[in-house]
Design a protein around this ligand. Sequence first.
Ligand code: PGA
Length: 247
Amino acid sequence: MFVCGNWKMNITIKEVMPLVKSIGKAAKKANCEVGLAVPYTDIAVANQATLGLFGSKLQIGAQNCHWEPKGAFTGEISAQMIKEIGGKFCIVGHSERRQYFGDTNETVAKRAKAVMDYGMRAIVCVGETLEERNGGKTKDVLKNQIENSLKGLEQSENLLVIAYEPIWAIGTGKTATSQEAEEACEYIRSLLKNKKIMILYGGSVKPTNALELFSQKDIDGALVGGASLVADEFISIINQIPQSKLL
Ligand code: PGA
């Protein structure tokens, strides 16, 4: 199981230490892997904060990266840069990147490859809009995203994680029911060549719904936005791994 926070464009460098220290301490005792995808400007200091927490399982990662190793791409950050600053993983193809910054399945696959080539874990996000769900297109959308966002990638369970995030559930307080989430994750697993790849659910995960989501057969953890900005909430979520899912 893997529970990963996504701070999005929140938490300045001045705010990093206390949050990472509290979460890092809790991660040390957690029954799952714990990650935080932080803004680029926070990676170094967040890593530094975890250094004092010997044995902490807290991994620091990024939220996006460019696919080229270097070059004339003003404003971009490469996978190598993330690796060298201590990043352990990188989210790619988050719906906010697809929606506001023109990410496509093709660019998502290229970004994921760059991340994996540097030995980091790529968390590839997929998910349908409310319109697509209501139009009965959820499976078609997921199939297209999985096939094309993973095109050419080696399906290694060590380096690849999928996050199913229905767009209508992100930041809206509207969680998919555990049954809706499980159905989608089960379908995604059926499309994967390697069935051991972890599939996370994301979209308004909170202390009050985490246990039920984590108890589903095909849900291997969560990608947590809003609740990862509040130490107590995030810690409560990582402490809800059900007995049945302990290794
Ligand atoms: P949320 O965001 O938990 O605030 O809904 C999830 C995400 O976008 O990863």
